[in-house]
Design a binder for this molecule. Structure first.
Ligand code: C2G
Length: 132
């Protein structure tokens, strides 16, 4: 069984996330998502609208996702790859090059981001609609 691993916050789930998860799953048979905890989001200077538990609930309902594990810090990727027998690590290409150190442990794939959508854009657009 070819196992794929990716990470993210996946807040206010949108089609860019779904495009990433669908393509990531296509690279293997089993997709694990390392979901950023609320505490780790603070480290990433992000504040998610949905709590970790609710973002996990949403991700687990997606047909492409087989397992969700917590992402608590920047330094867990190598042990996550080893402990979960991961064959392929996947991220959107806004991270291109940032995780090449994992090439010693598994394949590393950066996929083109979906243009025109982001959680930040959703928040900004809603703010504009509300405030004119
Ligand atoms: N993504 C995408 N297209 C978009 C928006 C996001 O392909 N329009 C991808 C990102 O490249 C990432 C994944 O969807 O691979 C999740 O995006 P975020 O939740 O924004 O993840 P991020 O905050 O970048 O966290 O250790 C890695 C970090 O936890 C990644």
């Amino acid at each position: 069984m070819r196992k794929v691993l990716t990470y993210g916050t996946f807040d206010l789930l949108h089609y860019g996330h779904i495009n990433l998860l669908r393509r990531a799953k296509k690279l293997g048979d089993y997709l694990i998502v390392g979901l950023s905890t609320d505490e780790f989001n603070a480290v990433k200077h992000k504040e998610a609208y949905h709590s970790y538990e609710n973002r996990k609930l949403i991700l687990e309902a997606i047909r492409y996702v087989d397992e969700v594990i917590p992402e608590k810090d920047w330094n867990q990727k190598i042990s996550d790859v080893q402990n979960n027998d991961v064959d392929v690590f996947v991220m959107g290409d806004d991270w291109k090059g940032k995780f090449d150190f994992l090439k010693d442990y598994c394949e590393v794939v950066y996929l083109p981001r979906t243009v025109g959508i982001s959680t930040t854009k959703i928040k900004q657009d809603l703010f504009t609609i509300k405030n004119g």
